[in-house]
Design a protein around this ligand. Sequence first.
Ligand SMILES: Nc1nc2c(ncn2[C@@H]2O[C@H](COP(=O)(O)OP(=O)(O)OP(=O)(O)O)[C@@H](O)[C@H]2O)c(=O)[nH]1
Ligand SMILES: [Mg+2]
Length: 317
Amino acid sequence: MEDISKKNLHVSDNIQNDLLEALAERASTNEKEKYEPNNKTDNSELLSEMEQIKNMINTLVLNKEDSFENKTEKHLEKQDISRGIIEYLLLKVKNIDDKEKLNKIKELIKEEIILEENYLDKIMVFVGPTGVGKTTTIAKLAGKLALLEKKNVGLITIDTYRIGAVEQLKTYAEIMNIPFNVVFNLKDMESAIKSMENCDVILIDTTGRSSKNTMQLSELRAYVEKSNAKNINLVLSSSVKNTDIKVIADSYRNLGVNRVVITKLDETSTYGSILNILKEVNVPLSFITTGQNVPEDIKFPSKEELLSLIMGENSIC
Ligand SMILES: Nc1nc2c(ncn2[C@@H]2O[C@H](COP(=O)(O)OP(=O)(O)OP(=O)(O)O)[C@@H](O)[C@H]2O)c(=O)[nH]1
Ligand SMILES: [Mg+2]
């Protein structure tokens, strides 16, 4: 019998099926022939053919599992990179040499990582869903700017909705000895900003809002517009569900979001969400946060550092 196992055995679900059928047919013929009086079939030859077919099927299955596409797909899935992005990456490298594919994938991912080089502005607003770390992030940034870089920083909060929210930021302002203002209505916003005219940077904290509550979001938008801020950061936790990113991005885009901050990277062991967020929100990354410590746990990673996190080659302890 021809040694089919040496042929090119690529892909071939169909071939596998054909072979399985052939194998089944042979097996049933064999059974029948066992009971026929004039059986001339040499059973040992038949068994060896069947063994060959079995080996060939194994080779086919292994070949498929070992293919670059398969291994890469599994690896990217393990990093929690979204299905859409994985398919896009694999399609892009489909027709290039296997040896080049991994580098090309890394290059493509790097293209998606856009860093905001000038993340600072005179007036900066932080918006986002509840509990993602907006207030803590503002405290970290204020600490870095006021304590380490000796800048004049002012803090404003419009979060009079949640009990304790004002005290949370006020406490940080007192510890850092920097001006602090609470804005209760739209009219207050103007005067609060005016009172901080001398500050190099004014950081504005907002109430966490669900992306599904359009009323609350329009109210928030009015405050953001009134602040005249040109630097509007959407704060998202790295543990955000893939399916939610698009909904959040779409609803917050109306607020003029033009930067993103990714928080709580210390709470995850896979970093595909960085890529998912950047691709979906489609604005530059200002910085990331990596823990609850104020002001230490704020980081300004390079593209290479983010790439190695996304690819699972590095981690944040
Ligand atoms: N592990 C970890 N925890 C964080 C990080 N940033 C913030 N937190 C914690 O997340 C919790 C919520 O933080 P807040 O800053 O109050 O979040 P927020 O977005 O202001 O919440 P709301 O104002 O209620 O919408 C707090 O316990 C923070 O200490 C981070 O980078 N890593
Ligand atoms: Mg808050």
